[in-house]
Write a protein that binds this ligand. Structure first.
Ligand code: AGP
Length: 610
């Protein structure tokens, strides 16, 4: 989704801004732009489309300024075109702003400002900020004060950066509900919505909290609240491996991340799985175990892929811990006044830790006095900071828009949580050790599936032209069916539906004919016989059948057009294996169809608007 970078220092701003914007590309965007100040003049360059188009354009512009702001926009209000691209400008052409988030009362503010004589150029909600700041600045003559007063009038969410040609030695940033980080360098400072944008330059950062303002100059920075109170901030050194945000020889981040899963699954368990004792240690929630064990129910909230992982968590925890678990889309949770008792524990799952709906659900749950735990990948993210405690995935940065390694790490962490809680209550040490041993074997089993990726690519070639797909699974593999279908539709734009296999006969069976490929996840588990009947039902209607099956199940070949084998494992861990061929299948189909795998149309990596 939208991205922000700001730079002030001793170097030329433009190359730093462009590099930062490239680092933010993975978030998804449809236009990009920068503003710099040179010889007391504001210069704005913006462009719909890719950052490469913007930088081609900039080659001829000779901008020398050492201060600037840059933005990638993911359209919400107004189509992705030149005028709607950020930065936006006030009427005087002196003030320029970039904005992430949504100004909910922009219409009312805009009308008021138009009445006062302001001329708007774009359809965006963001432009209102430039004019509102201008209006106040012209009265009080102080930019910082104008920004503070303007923000106090705004309803909604924002991460902003503001520059003004009257004050070419400072950038003002502020945030509420949309992240912003200050990067601290040697005679240079940065602002960014995501540390990826600045890690080429510094690892020393401080994260702004909601309603805080940063004033950065070449040599210094200060942080205040929007009520003008100084805030002391801790400077953190972030551990960041640049290699992890490079493709490392892979044609796409998605393939790199799929391939990394043996390691990332292991990393999620490392230091946490206690094989000898047959349990797990989860330091981040060590003080919250009683709340979990004595909870009347657990409520897991998330969006998209993280929601699919949550469903698997529900099945695991209910089976092994026998605590009622409910899973709810964060966007629904937030607006339906859910019943949350003091002894309800809410768990928010999010790869990015910035998803607006999930963050809003966290706030709602906290307001209702629930204990709220987080399962996040991005360290220091908003959800990680707003929850009472949590567990990090340790999967490393996920750049491909389609989530892959984060999903398997989420399922791994949920299985550790299940093991820990169950061992504290009803599970024997022997059973715990058996599970721990099997968890340790999972990375190798994932590797063995990846070794067969060429066969999956062959199958992709056969089905790449299809218009529809159905994914069916039962039990633990029902959420895998949902996730497999989501992967395919996200990156190949093929319509795909995931269903519990038994539900097929209640409707989707009407879709089955010789043109409908149906992917069954039919591993040898407690629902195997039932799902075989569902396969027969599809075959009887001439549907094309692709099965994800357990190695050694030769009979299944007689019932399928294609079989992709995965190693046997414990039933509750099968999602960690069965999802791998589905990720690969979606990937290869998208590549064959010529789709932009890492930045699929209309999608954003972290959805920071509701
Ligand atoms: C996954 O492939 C999607 N791009 C999307 O559904 C994603 O999982 C969802 O937006 C939630 O993101 P989060 O885990 O960062 O909160």
């Amino acid at each position: 989704m939208c991205g922000i970078i700001g730079y002030i220092g001793h170097k030329k701003a433009v190359p730093i801004l462009i590099n930062g914007l490239k680092r933010l590309e993975y978030r998804g965007y449809d236009s990009a732009g920068i503003a710099t100040i040179q010889e007391s003049q504001l210069h704005i360059q913006k462009q719909p489309g890719k950052i490469s188009q913007l930088s081609d354009h900039l080659i001829h512009s000779n901008l020398e300024g050492t201060i600037g702001i840059g933005h990638t926009r993911w359209a919400t209000h107004g189509e992705p075109n030149y005028v709607n691209a950020h930065p936006h400008c006030d009427c005087t052409g002196k003030i320029s702003i970039i904005h992430n988030g949504i100004i909910e009362n922009f219409m009312a503010l805009r009308m008021e400002l138009i009445e006062k004589g302001h001329r708007f150029k774009s359809d965006t909600d963001s432009e209102v900020l430039a004019h509102l700041i201008e209006e106040i600045y012209l009265r009080c003559g102080k930019l910082e004060e104008a920004v503070r007063i303007a923000l106090a009038q705004v309803k909604g969410t924002y991460g902003i950066a503001v520059i003004c040609s009257d004050l070419p030695r400072q950038i003002i940033g502020a945030c509420k509900g949309s992240p912003l980080v200050v990067g601290i360098g040697e005679n240079e400072h940065f602002l960014a919505s995501d540390v990826c944008a600045i890690v080429d330059h510094t690892r020393n950062v401080t994260f702004l909290s909601d309603n805080e303002l940063a004033i950065i100059t070449k040599d210094d920075f200060i942080i205040k609240t929007i009520e003008d109170i100084y805030v002391e901030k801790k400077i953190e050194e972030i551990a960041f491996d640049l290699e992890k945000i490079e493709k490392g020889g892979h044609p796409h981040f998605m393939l790199k991340e799929i391939t990394e899963q043996p390691q990332t699954i292991y990393d999620s368990m490392r230091g946490r799985l206690l094989a000898e004792e047959g349990t797990a240690r989860l330091g981040g929630i060590q003080n919250d175990l009683d709340s979990l064990l004595y909870a009347r129910r657990l409520l897991i909230t998330a969006c998209g892929t993280s929601w699919h992982a949550a469903l698997i968590g529900e099945y695991m925890i209910e089976e092994f811990v026998r605590i009622p678990v409910e899973v709810e889309y964060a966007s629904e949770f937030r607006y339906r006044d859910p019943i949350i008792h003091r002894d309800t524990v809410v768990i928010a799952i999010s790869q990015s830790g910035e998803t607006a709906d999930t963050l809003a659900a966290v706030r709602e749950a906290k307001q209702k006095k629930a204990k709220v735990l987080g399962i996040c990948n991005a360290v220091g993210s908003s959800i990680a900071r707003h929850t009472d405690a949590g567990i990090y995935l340790h999967a490393g940065p996920e750049i491909g828009v389609a989530s892959t390694k984060a999903f398997t790490s989420q399922v791994t962490v949920l299985s550790l949580l299940t093991l820990l809680l169950s061992r504290m209550t009803i599970m024997s040490a022997n059973k715990g050790r058996e599970i721990a041993q099997e968890l340790l074997r999972i990375p190798e089993k994932v590797r063995s599936i990846l070794d067969h990726k060429d066969e999956i690519q062959q199958i992709a070639r056969i089905y790449a032209d299809c218009q529809n797909f159905l994914y069916l699974g039962r039990g633990y593999n029902f959420p895998v069916a949902l996730e497999g279908a989501l992967k395919l539709k996200e990156i190949s734009y093929i319509h795909a539906e995931g269903y519990p296999a038994a539900e097929m006969k209640h409707g989707p069976i009407a879709l089955i004919d010789q043109n409908m490929p149906v992917i069954f996840i039919a591993t040898r588990d407690s629902t195997y016989d039932k799902i075989i009947s569902n396969i027969e039902e599809v075959r009887a209607r001439k549907g094309r059948v692709i099965v994800i099956a357990t190695e050694g199940d030769d009979e299944i070949m007689l019932k399928a057009d294609h079989v992709i084998y995965v190693p046997a494992t414990m039933e509750f861990l099968t999602p960690l294996l069965t999802i791998i061929p589905l990720q690969l299948l979606a990937y290869y189909i998208a590549v064959i169809r010529g789709c932009d795998v890492d930045q699929p149309r209309n999608l954003a990596k972290s959805v920071t608007v509701e």
